[in-house]
Design a protein around this ligand. Structure first.
Ligand code: 5AD
Ligand code: SF4
Length: 481
């Protein structure tokens, strides 16, 4: 059974989809000489891939400030928690963690604790003044002021910067690849979001949408490739609206063009992206994907609901029919493309009929995977201002369970259809369950586990695997060549 994923925002890399909740993961220090640093930071991240990518920028800035990383919280002089506001549960988890860190402060007076990311703006007063939980509060656009804020905090002041920016993309900062498998990396291509989906807090926590300088993205991806990485995932809240006009030029670079440019770095570099908005993904993007073997045939295309009435209340700006036509178009241009989704159960005023339509659209779209949530009202969002959160919790949970059951069935069904087929797999490392097996992914983003046998293979190699069996979350097979 796929667990009900309530605390994950965007698709992640995990061998086993049971483990996909990413709550409070500490980073493994980067493989460099950690002994040169006098002071150490510990960083724990919650929420979406974007947040994890931000933590790598924070780490890079902290190295420059003379802090080395540690995975052992007891050893840290500076603890950061990179927070998520997307659902209430994520916020509760962070709060609990901060209370634990506070205890450590009792034992080590010089210890500083800071809150980064999406909860910073909304809860700064509460964290700093009322509950005295933290020493620093730094919003997602203020990481450049980390150094001065840390110094302020070291001097005994409460240090805060939660200003959102219209320009900041951290384009010039090379993220430190913490806790990396050395094969796949996330590359942030834009920040913020202008969509204003009525349930979503992101436009308030992360601000207006802005695209990162294309040349800096290409530079980062090229460096990754030169350093042995074989897969980049281009990240943004809504990648299809990427739009960057280089200085001194008149024409802007679209997402389709960016994809093409990244794909041209090397045929051996796989390119993925997340997240697409059904209203924005263009034929141009689909054709670009189809043209390049190394652009993975996988699209995360959140539907949120299958009911046009609910979609309108959600301000998603597409109907059920529009979404279905988009799925048709994807399959027409790329018959082998994997599709996944995000689904919210129990949005305001949702009735049984709306819910049934969500189940139907899941069947229609034949999702390989979905991130499934029940609606959690967020302060300041359009939905909170305009609508009543009127679906009782037990109904939300029951509907979510039904959604999960449909998804479980679809995932298994889709995986069974792959038995007998062969896929090019990029090896990411040992299988979690056995060192005798490799784990990698197909272009469609499916996890593939296969025996190492006597082949001379290593992490980062491409290999053709024939699928002979499957579970709901994994394809099992053997090496063909
Ligand atoms: N309640 C439940 N799920 C939400 N999401 C975003 N906001 C909420 C909310 N208030 C889900 C959406 C989105 C994913 C990142 O998180 O499905 O696509
Ligand atoms: Fe990511 Fe922030 Fe959204 Fe959470 S609230 S999913 S951390 S952007």
């Amino acid at each position: 059974m796929i667990d009900v994923v309530t605390e994950k925002a965007f698709p992640l890399k995990a061998e086993d989809k049971h483990d996909e909740t990413r709550q409070g993961e500490a980073f493994e220090p980067f493989a460099q000489d950690q002994n040169v640093y006098q002071k150490r930071f510990y960083i724990e991240s919650y929420g979406c891939q974007m947040n994890f990518a931000d933590s790598e920028i924070v780490a890079s800035l902290l190295y420059k400030e003379g802090f080395g990383a540690t995975r052992n919280v007891e050893e840290a002089d500076l603890i950061f928690i990179n927070t998520c506001s997307i659902r209430e549960k994520a916020e509760l988890a962070v709060r609990k963690r901060l209370t634990e860190f506070r205890k450590l402060k009792g034992e080590k007076k010089s210890l500083l604790v800071g809150v980064l990311g999406c909860m910073a703006e909304r809860l700064k007063a509460k964290f700093l003044e009322e509950e005295k939980l933290v020493d620093l509060v730094i919003g997602p656009d203020a990481y450049r002021s980390l150094g001065s804020l840390v110094r302020e905090a070291e001097g005994g002041q409460k240090a805060v910067n939660v200003l959102l920016s219209r320009e900041e993309t951290y384009a010039d900062i090379s993220p430190v690849r913490l806790d990396s498998n050395g094969v796949s990396a996330f590359v942030s291509i834009m920040r913020g979001c202008n969509n204003m989906c009525s349930f979503c807090v992101v436009p308030f926590t992360r601000g207006r949408e802005r695209s990162r300088d294309t040349s800096s993205i290409l530079r980062e991806c090229t460096e990754l490739f030169e350093n042995g990485f074989r897969e980049v995932t281009l990240l943004g809240q809504n990648v299809d609206s990427y739009y960057y006009t280089p200085p001194a030029e008149n024409t802007a670079i679209t997402f389709a063009q960016l994809l093409e440019l990244v794909a041209q770095i090397s045929p051996d570099l796989r390119v993925r992206f997340s997240t697409s908005h059904p209203k924005d993904i263009t034929d141009d993007v689909l054709h670009t994907m189809a043209r390049h073997e190394n652009i993975c045939k996988y699209i995360h295309l959140p539907v949120q609901s299958g009911s046009s009435r609910i979609l309108q209340l959600m301000n998603r700006t597409y109907t059920r029919e529009w979404y279905m036509a988009k799925v048709d178009r994807i399959r027409e241009i790329m018959p082998d493309c994997g599709i996944s989704s995000d689904i919210i159960a129990g949005f305001c005023t949702e009735e049984e009929l709306d819910h049934q339509q969500t189940l139907e659209i899941m069947e229609y779209s034949r999702y390989d995977y979905s991130y499934m949530f029940f609606y959690s009202e967020r302060p300041g969002t359009l939905a909170q201002k305009r609508y009543t959160d009127d679906v009782p919790e037990d109904v939300k949970k029951r509907r979510l369970q039904e959604i999960v059951e449909v998804q479980n069935r679809l995932s298994l069904q889709n995986n069974k259809l792959d038995i007998g087929k062969s896929f090019q797999v990029l090896i990411e490392g040992n299988s979690r369950k056995s060192d005798a097996d490799w784990m990698g992914r197909s272009s469609q983003n499916k996890v593939v586990v296969f025996s190492k046998g006597n082949f001379e293979l290593k992490k980062g190699d491409y290999v053709t695997v024939k699928v002979t069996d499957c579970t709901q979350g994994t394809l099992l097979g053997h090496v063909l060549q």
